[in-house]
Every structure is written in structure tokens, then in C-alpha cells.
Write a protein that binds this ligand. Structure first.
Ligand code: HDD
Length: 756
């Protein structure tokens, strides 16, 4: 307003307009600092981060944040305007001829508002439509200059800003979070040399070997076209029809049917780049590499009954969890591990590293931890950031390269292409969340929604009128493809076919299944049973079981029994009778138990049941102790609001048994005080709460008076075997309770079917 008052038209939000870098000075009275790519001590967003999370941004993090500052809009204290900046006097009524007269066509304010509204939605992603994202940073912890010149890996401590989006695959944008499904794990690195998108999943393999089959896979798994069902589920005929005819999907099915298909949190799942990529150093020497994200909080999953119930009570379960972790400062964090191997090593492997249905076992090529990923800031606007972010498998930077994985080849085309229709044109890279931190200069011009205002008359190369600019970076600075030799045999020529090792569809499915703990194996069998029981055509169920026999006879037999099959169908004929013997037959790393995480109880949600008449102090003490260890304790009562405790200690219930059912919590505390316990036991919600907690194998702290609650709920204090249940802690032993919570779940309690 100062500038306006002085008659100086100057919009501080558009400081770039003044060409600071070209020596043109802003109008007198302007108070904005010159635009800079260097981190400044206090940017708007750094304050934003501090305000939201209590933490200070690490060095370098505000690079992206600053680049987005120019488009952030805060309407606090501002007058309402049209899109043309015209102040709007009245926003309640359309313009009419007389109080009861017709609305007038000239009402450009109404028309602008309604027209914009009519176009508020964009097409959802064809797959991975439902997702949640966050800002953060990647920090290099081991310099990789010997194998790559990629900017994020050049120096220990180097920080690269990132935006990460997690997603389910099958469901539509408004579907539930806790479906049994693969999860997307897409990371956009805003590197100094352009954007690198590592568009991965929480499983290291894929259903198919060639992009040619991707539309078929997606058509099969999506809701069936005649009636649009089922939503956010793979348990239906067309999916199992397709995969049972595609034995190459068997390995991925093992992962998808394992507990990995129902993660507890985005923060407790692994991520994988899936394909074999290349890293290239300054000399141009290349090695193969596989990317792994390993969660610091450990790998933890839901159980199926819990996932089903959560989807009703809180379809935003994972979205909320991610948001709350970041707001509370319990930043989700992963280590980046890489597996590095040479082309010669790869040739000797029993499987083909170009086959995306195969892993490279960690026992064969160990993981090297080279960095950490921290998500530290929630988006300001879901649509502008999470919905409009465009990940593309084709986005790589100098120092990285693709392999000849035929699935990857199709992806290199598909992502850019899909964004053009989803985001409405070829300039989606200019949408703020997608625009690189590195400067962009080329001769591409025009197109829908162009933001940049290119100067000069030169938009071609070579040119002399523009001094030859923008000029080619050359091999030292520019992106160079690895001049890899193609190993096609002369007589092969152009072919539509696969290499022989691709034809072994079962060895690694067997490896995965054999490497699981008995509990995990039981869950895999139960998941196949559930999914196939939803298949209406018996021949499809049988075909799937006949395929499973090639991976594991034990699993196939259990699934068949679960489906009421009188006898096992014969094993499916194999494409390859004598596959090369695998190097590794048991891989500890494939079990979720291999990565328990930091064993803390940070970010765990704990319900402390309260009601009039409980002992307030005991409940408060537990609350304080859990809070001090980073957990998220909540008082849950028959209603929200104040609770009259027997000792007069003030407690406010922040959730009710009705609005936050038991399965939404990781652990349960049952209070002391006979009157309070009696009040609770009169409420059917309490019984369901306790039974669900017990059935889902969660730790329970039972204060003395609450023994009666456990009895009323018919929940045993011991294991089915009669032994002590280590997940049920009696009395006031908080230490033991925290130890029980650190284990997350006590699966030894589990029975299939569940106890009555
Ligand atoms: Fe894909 C989205 C991951 C195979 C074509 N894919 C998408 C997303 C993830 C993946 C995480 C969501 C990104 C976001 O959050 O916006 N996709 C994978 C992985 C694959 C894979 C790990 C196998 C290794 N995808 C794959 C193939 C094709 C596609 C073979 C096509 C030939 N994927 C797409 C797409 C999507 C997509 C249609 C939909 C929306 C989008 O790209 O932006 O282009």
C-alpha cells in the first residue's frame, strides 16, 4: 500500500518482473530483497514451518519453498476481488432487475464465479488416483562421486529438497486409504541439475514384465466396467482372471497378498525404485543400481479385519496419519539404500536384472545406506501441490540413466503423456509444484497455459541473433546417455519376444514365501483365501491355485482348503522346466520383522478410556508418560468433554467411544476406579473397543479395577496356549507397557478364525 500511496505501481509478489538479475532496479519504495536461490535466514515458509511444526528448516530446504513463495496467496486482511483484481462490493446476491426480477446476463461477477467453479475438477490419475503428499529433503550421508555425478550424491551433508506423494493404485480419488493394494512411493528431487523423479512403489517387483501389458493389467484390476465395482479392491473376477493367466505376476501377488498390502502408515513402509537403473560417474563409467527406501520407524502393517473396519470409520486413515505426524514434529524418515553391481555381475545372476518381476536379493548384493529422506512440511493446498504434482519416470538427471527394462521403457513414454491430458497441456512443468529449482532455458514456446514470458526474437538453435544462446552444455555438464552396447544377437533383429530368464516365474515367488515368518505366511494364505472367495467363477479360483502350486505346495493347499476345494487342481504347466538354481533360497530381509525400526513408541496412538468415576491421577500419569516418549495418547470417554473423576483430577475426553472406535488406536489403557469401570461396562462401545484391540493383537494396559472390564468383554488375559500374554500388562507397570508397545503387535494371540 505504501507504493500505491506514492503512486508507484509495484506488486511485491512479482519481484521477478523487475528483472533484478538484469540490473534493473525496483521502483523506489520497494522493500523486497533481490531474488536469490541461496537459502536465506528467514523466508516466509521457514516461518511457516516453524509455526506448523516447531522445527527449523534444515539448510537448503527452503530452496523449493522459496521458489514457491512467489505463488503463495494469503488472503488475510485482503479485500475480495474478481480474477481481474476488481474489488467486489457484495458477494451474496446476483444482479437482478428489481428485487423479484430476472437475473441479468451482464453480471460478470456471478458469471466469472460460476464458470470457474464449473471447471474446478481435473481428471483424476488413471492409476494412483488417491494419494497424499508432503515436502521434505534428502540428505546425502555417503558421497558417491566414484560412481555417479548426480547432484544429490556429490557431498556428505548435501541437502536436496523433495516433494513425495504416496498413493493407492486401484481406487478412485475419493476412495479409502486402507484397501489391500500396492502403495505408490513417488519422490521428486529438485536437484541443482534439474528434477529427478523416482516413481516407485512399496513393493520391489511388479505384476508384468512389459509395458505392453499395462493397460490390460489396469483394466483388469479397476472396477469392472459394466457396474463400476468394486471400489478400492482387487478381490474380483477380472483381476484374478487376468493374473491367473499371467504366471509372471505370481511373485508380485505374494507381496500384494502379504501384510505389505495393508501398511499401518506411509511412514512405516519401504519404498523401491523397482527397475534396475544406472549410475554414471564423470568419466562416463556406468554401474547398475537398485533403490530402496527403508523407514526409520520400522515396517509395520495393519491386520485385515482392522483395515476393513478402519476404512469405514476413517477412510483418510493414512492421509491423516501422515499429516499429523508432520504437524506434531514426528517427521517420517527413511534411509536410502542402494544395491550397486556391474553389468558383468548381472549377467551371471540366475535371473535377469531387466525383469521387473525379480529382486536382487540383499544376500547377493548388500545394501549401502547413502542418504536420508525426511518429510518435514505439509502442503499449504492439497490441489495446488498434491493433486497437480506430476511425476514422470522419464525425469532423470546427469549421473543417472535407465536400463533396458521393457516395463521402464513404456513408463518413460507414459507419464509425460498422461500429464498432458490430466493437467491440460504441455506446460505442466511450469505449475509451481512441478517447476524445477534449476533454471530452465530452451526454445520450446507457447502452448496452453504458458507462464514464462520469453524475451527476444530468438526461439531456435543454432542462432547468431541471440549470441547462440541458450547454448549446449556439452558432455561435461549436460545429460549424457550411457553408450551401452545392445546385446542383441545379429540373427535376432527386431523381435517381439522375451529373453529366456524372464520365463522363470516362480523361483522368487517361492523365495519370498519361504522367507516369511509363520505369522506372515498365515496372513498370505488368508489374503489369497479372502480375495479368491470373492471370485464368482470357480475356474478362475482353480487356475490361481494351480499356479500357486508352482510357488508353494503348502500355500496352495491352505488356500484350496480355505476355498472348500475337494482336491487340488494339477499344477499349471511351467514356461521353463529347468530354471537356473537361485543363488539365495532364504532372505531374512524379505520379512517385515527384519526392519523393526528404532523400537520407539513415537507417533503411536493410544486410547486411555475414561468415564465418570475413574481415578483421574492414574490416567493423567499414563498420559504424561506416553506423551513424553512421543506417543499420541488420547482420553476416550462415553462422550467428549469433561469427566468427573473420583479424585477430582480434571480430565477432558478429546474423543468418544462412538467417534473414535478402538481399531483406530495402536494401544489401549483401561483405567482404575470401580465406579468408572462400571460406567464403561454399561456401554456396548467399550466392549467392542476392547475386543477389537485384543483381536488385532494390540498391547493393553489393564489397571486393577479394569480386570472386570476384560471379563465383561470376554477377553482372556492369557494366550490361547494358556501362557502369559506379553501384550497384556496388568497393574500400573508403565515400563512393561512401553516395552509391549515397542513390539507393536502380539501376534501370538492370533487365531484363525478369531476366538468367539
Ligand atoms: Fe505407474 C502413476 C509407480 C508401472 C503408467 N505409477 C504412478 C504413480 C506411481 C507409479 C507411484 C503415481 C505417481 C503420483 O503420485 O503422481 N508405475 C509405478 C511403478 C511401476 C509402474 C513402481 C512399475 C515398476 N506405470 C507403470 C507402467 C505404466 C505406468 C508400466 C505405463 C506404461 N503410472 C502410469 C501413468 C500414471 C502412473 C498412467 C497415472 C498418473 C500418472 O502417471 O501421473 O502414467
Amino acid at each position: 500500500t505504501d507504493h500505491l500511496a506514492e503512486g508507484m505501481p509495484f506488486n511485491p509478489n512479482k519481484r521477478g518482473e523487475h528483472g533484478f538479475d538484469n540490473g534493473v532496479q525496483p521502483q523506489p519504495g520497494a522493500t523486497v530483497e533481490p531474488q536469490s536461490r541461496l537459502p536465506t535466514a528467514s523466508t516466509l515458509s521457514e516461518e511457516n514451518q516453524t509455526e506448523k511444526t516447531g522445527g527449523v528448516a534444515a539448510d537448503g530446504v527452503n530452496w523449493t519453498i522459496e521458489s514457491l513463495d512467489r505463488v503463495r496467496v494469503d488472503s488475510a486482511g485482503q479485500v475480495l476481488t474478481t480474477n481481474q483484481g476488481v474489488p467486489i462490493a457484495e458477494n451474496q446476491n446476483s444482479l437482478k432487475y428489481g428485487l423479484r426480477g430476472p437475473a441479468l446476463l451482464e453480471d460478470f461477477i456471478l458469471r466469472e464465479k460460476i464458470t470457474h467453479f464449473d471447471h474446478e475438477r481435473i481428471p483424476e490419475r488413471i492409476v494412483h488416483a488417491r494419494g497424499s503428499g508432503a515436502h521434505g529433503y534428502f540428505e546425502c550421508t555417503e558421497a558417491l562421486t566414484d560412481i555417479t555425478r548426480a547432484a544429490p550424491f556429490q557431498k556428505v551433508g548435501k541437502v536436496t529438497p523433495v516433494f513425495v506423494r504416496f498413493s493407492t493404485v486401484q481406487g478412485e480419488r475419493g476412495s479409502k486409504d486402507t484397501a489391500r493394494d500396492v502403495r505408490g512411493f513417488a519422490v521428486k528431487f529438485y536437484t541443482d541439475e534439474g528434477n529427478w523423479d523416482l516413481v516407485g512403489n512399496n513393493m520391489p517387483v511388479f505384476f508384468i514384465q512389459d509395458a505392453m501389458k499395462f493397460p490390460d493389467l489396469v483394466h483388469a484390476v479397476k472396477p469392472e466396467p459394466h457396474h463400476g465395482m468394486p471400489q478400492a479392491a482387487s478381490a474380483h473376477d477380472t483381476f484374478w482372471d487376468f493374473v491367473s493367466l499371467m504366471p509372471e505376476s505370481t511373485h508380485m501377488l505374494m507381496w500384494a497378498m502379504s501384510d505389505r498390502g495393508i501398511p499401518r502408515s506411509y511412514a512405516t513402509m519401504q519404498g523401491f525404485g523397482v527397475h534396475t537403473f544406472r549410475m554414471v560417474n564423470v568419466e562416463g563409467d556406468a554401474v547398475f543400481v537398485k533403490f530402496h527406501w527403508n523407514p526409520v520407524y520400522g515396517t509395520h502393517s495393519l491386520v485385515w479385519d482392522e483395515a476393513v473396519k478402519i476404512s469405514g470409520a476413517d477412510p483418510d486413515y493414512h492421509r491423516r496419519d501422515l499429516w499429523e505426524r508432520i504437524e506434531s514434529g514426528a517427521f517420517p524418515e527413511w534411509e536410502l539404500g542402494i544395491q550397486v553391481f556391474t553389468e558383468e555381475q548381472a549377467e551371471a545372476f540366475s535371473f535377469d536384472v531387466l525383469d521387473p518381476t525379480k529382486i536382487v536379493p540383499e544376500e547377493l548384493v548388500p545394501l549401502r545406506t547413502v542418504g536420508r529422506l525426511v518429510l518435514s512440511r505439509n502442503p499449504d493446498n492439497f490441489f495446488a501441490e498434491t493433486e497437480q504434482v506430476a511425476f514422470c519416470a522419464a525425469h532423470i538427471v546427469p549421473g543417472l540413466d535407465f536400463s533396458n527394462d521393457p516395463l521402464l521403457a513404456g513408463r518413460i513414454h507414459s507419464y509425460v503423456d498422461t500429464q498432458i491430458s490430466r493437467l491440460g497441456g504441455p506446460n505442466f512443468h511450469e505449475i509451481p509444484i512441478n517447476s524445477p529449482v534449476a533454471p530452465v532455458h530452451n526454445n520450446q514456446r507457447d502452448g496452453m497455459h504458458r507462464q514464462a514470458i520469453h524475451r527476444g526474437r530468438v526461439s531456435y538453435e543454432p542462432n547468431s541473433l541471440g549470441g547462440g544462446c541458450p547454448f549446449q552444455a556439452g558432455a561435461m555438464h549436460g545429460f549424457m546417455s550411457v553408450p551401452a552396447r545392445i546385446q542383441a544377437k545379429e540373427e535376432q533383429g527386431k523381435v517381439r519376444a522375451k529373453p529366456e530368464k524372464f520365463a522363470d516365474h516362480y523361483a522368487q515367488a517361492t523365495l519370498f514365501y519361504e522367507s516369511q515368518t509363520p505369522v506372515e505366511q498365515a496372513h498370505i494364505a488368508a489374503a489369497f483365501r479372502f480375495e479368491l472367495s470373492k471370485v464368482t467363477v470357480p475356474a478362475i479360483r482353480e487356475r490361481m491355485v494351480s499356479s500357486l502350486r508352482n510357488a508353494s505346495e503348502a500355500l496352495a493347499a491352505q488356500v484350496a482348503a480355505g476355498l472348500g476345494m475337494q482336491e487340488l487342481p494339477p499344477p499349471m504347466p511351467r514356461a521353463l522346466d529347468n530354471p537356473a538354481p537361485p543363488e539365495v533360497t532364504h532372505s531374512v530381509a524379505l520379512s517385515l520383522r527384519a526392519r523393526p525400526g528404532d523400537r520407539s513408541i513415537k507417533a503411536r496412538k493410544v486410547a486411555i478410556l475414561v468415564a465418570d468415576g475413574i481415578v483421574g491421577q492414574a490416567a493423567k500419569d499414563v498420559h504424561a508418560a506416553l506423551f513424553s516418549q512421543g506417543a499420541v495418547p488420547r482420553f476416550v470417554g462415553p462422550h467428549i468433554g469433561s469427566v468427573k473423576t473420583s479424585d477430582g483430577v480434571a480430565i477432558d475426553a478429546d474423543a468418544s467411544l462412538e467417534n473414535e472406535p478402538g481399531f483406530l488406536f495402536d494401544a489401549l489403557v483401561l483405567p482404575d476406579g470401580d465406579a468408572g469401570v462400571q460406567a464403561l461396562s454399561r456401554d456396548g462401545h467399550t466392549m467392542e473397543f476392547i475386543r477389537d484391540q485384543h483381536r488385532h493383537c494390540k498391547p493393553i494396559l489393564v489397571m486393577p479395577a479394569s480386570q472386570a472390564l476384560m471379563e465383561a468383554a470376554h477377553v482372556p488375559l492369557t494366550l490361547p496356549s494358556g501362557e502369559v500374554d506379553p501384550g497384556i500388562v496388568q497393574g500400573h507397570d508403565l515400563k512393561a507397557f512401553v516395552v509391549a508397545m515397542a513390539r507393536h503387535r502380539h501376534h501370538e494371540r492370533e487365531t484363525d478364525p478369531p476366538l468367539p
